[in-house]
Design a protein around this ligand. Sequence first.
Ligand SMILES: Cc1cc2nc3c(=O)[nH]c(=O)nc-3n(C[C@H](O)[C@H](O)[C@H](O)COP(=O)(O)OP(=O)(O)OC[C@H]3O[C@@H](n4cnc5c(N)ncnc54)[C@H](O)[C@@H]3O)c2cc1C
Length: 411
Amino acid sequence: MTTPSDHAVHIIGAGPSGLMAAETLAGAGARVVVHDRMPSVGRKLLMAGRGGLNLTHTEDQSAFLARYAEAAEPISDWLDAFSPDDMTRWAQGLGQPTFVGSSGRVFPRAMKASPLLRAWLTRLAGLGVEIRTRSRWTGWRGEALTFDTPEGERVEHPAATVLALGGASWPRLGSDGLWVPALEGAGVAVSPLVPANAGFDVAWSDILSERFAGQVLKPASLTFGDQTVRGEMVVTRYGVEGGAIYALSAHLRAAIAAEGSATLVVDLRPDLTEAALAERLSRPRGKDSMTNHLRKAGGLSPVAVALLREIGDIPPGFDKLAKRIKAVRLKLTGIQGLERAISTAGGVEFAALNPSLMLTSKPGVFVAGEMIDWEAPTGGYLLQASLASGVVAAQGVLGWQASQTADTSPA
Ligand SMILES: Cc1cc2nc3c(=O)[nH]c(=O)nc-3n(C[C@H](O)[C@H](O)[C@H](O)COP(=O)(O)OP(=O)(O)OC[C@H]3O[C@@H](n4cnc5c(N)ncnc54)[C@H](O)[C@@H]3O)c2cc1C
C-alpha cells in the first residue's frame, strides 16, 4: 500500500534530534513527516526541563569537546554545524532568552522546556512539517518503512529517512531501545545500550541510607583512578548519584563491568589542605562531642560526618583524621538501571556511518541523537550533541538527495 506521504523525508522520533532534523529539512524546502510512537512529542525534553533545561555550556571548545571522550572527533564536526552559540541563538529565536549559570551552564530563563517546545512546534507547523503521533516504526519491508498505528499497519516509501529514536533510558518517556534488532538485522553495528549518567550502588548501613538519603555533599571532590572532579554528590538509599558522579560514570561503569566493583575516593574538605585541616582539628575541643568538633572545627556537614563514620572508627591523631577526611574510600558495587539513567551509552557505531550520518549499509537512511554511540556527562552536552547531530543528518539528507538527482540527470 502506498500513501500520500510517499516521497517525503520521514523522520522517526520526535525528540530534540528528530525535531531539529525536521526544522533543518523543512527550512530547506523539503516535505517532512515526523513520527513518534508516543501520544505526544518531546517527552524526554520536557522531563529535562524539570531540572531547568541545561541547553549547553559556555566552556571553551577544547574543554567542551573533551566531554565526549572518544567521540570528540566526529562530534567536533557536529558542533561546527550547530555550535553552543547557535544553540543559544536558536533558543532566543524561539522566544526563550537564556542565562549562564555560575558553573558556565546555559539555561532558558523560563527554566523549563514547555514554552520552548510549544514555540518550536508552532515554527515546525509553519514550515509545513507533519507530525504523526502513535506511529511506531517497526522496521523495514524491503526499502519501505513499516509503522504500527491505531489504524493498523502503515507502509511508507520515503525519499530519505532520519532515524532519531533516542537511547533506552527512561523508556516510559518513549525511547525504549527496541530499534536495535531492526538495525542489526540490516547489518548495522550497534554497541550494547547501557546506562550513562546514572547512580551507583553502595552497601550503606541502615543509619546512613535511612537518615541521610537525599542529602547533598557539596562541594565534593571525587577521584577515581587518575580522574578527579569537583561538584556535588547526592547520597541515596541505594548509593550515590549527582553531577560529580555522572562526570566519572563512564570510567566507574567500565571498572565495575571488568572487576565487579570500583573504589571512589571522596575528599570531604576539598578547599583545605591536609595540614590546614589537621591544624583546625587540633584546636581545643572543649565539651564538644567528636561529631560537633568535626562540624565546627573541621567544617564538615552532617552528611560528611556520616560518610566519615560509615567507613570506620574515627582514627586517633589529627594528622590521620585529616588524611581520612580527605580520602574517604567508597566501594561502588553496581550501576543503576536504564530506567532511571539520564542518558544512554552505546548505540549505532560511528564505523557504520559516513560523516553525514548516513548508514553506509543503507543509503538514504540517516541517524541522529542519542541513538548513536557517544556519551557525555550532564552539563548541556547531551542536548547540544543531539540537536547538532539533527542538523548534520538533515544536511546529509539534502546533500544525498542532490547527489542522487545529479546522478540521474542526463549528461
Ligand atoms: C531526567 C532527565 C534530565 C535530562 N536533563 C538534561 C539537561 O538538562 N540537559 C541535557 O543536555 N540533556 C538532558 N537530558 C538528556 C536529553 O533529554 C537527551 O539526551 C535527549 O532528549 C536525546 O534526544 P534524542 O532526540 O536523541 O532522543 P529522545 O529525546 O529520547 O527522543 C527519541 C524519540 O523517539 C521516539 N521513538 C523511539 N522509538 C520509536 C519508534 N520505534 N517509533 C517511533 N518513535 C520512536 C520516542 O518516543 C522519543 O520521543 C536529560 C534526560 C533525562 C532523562
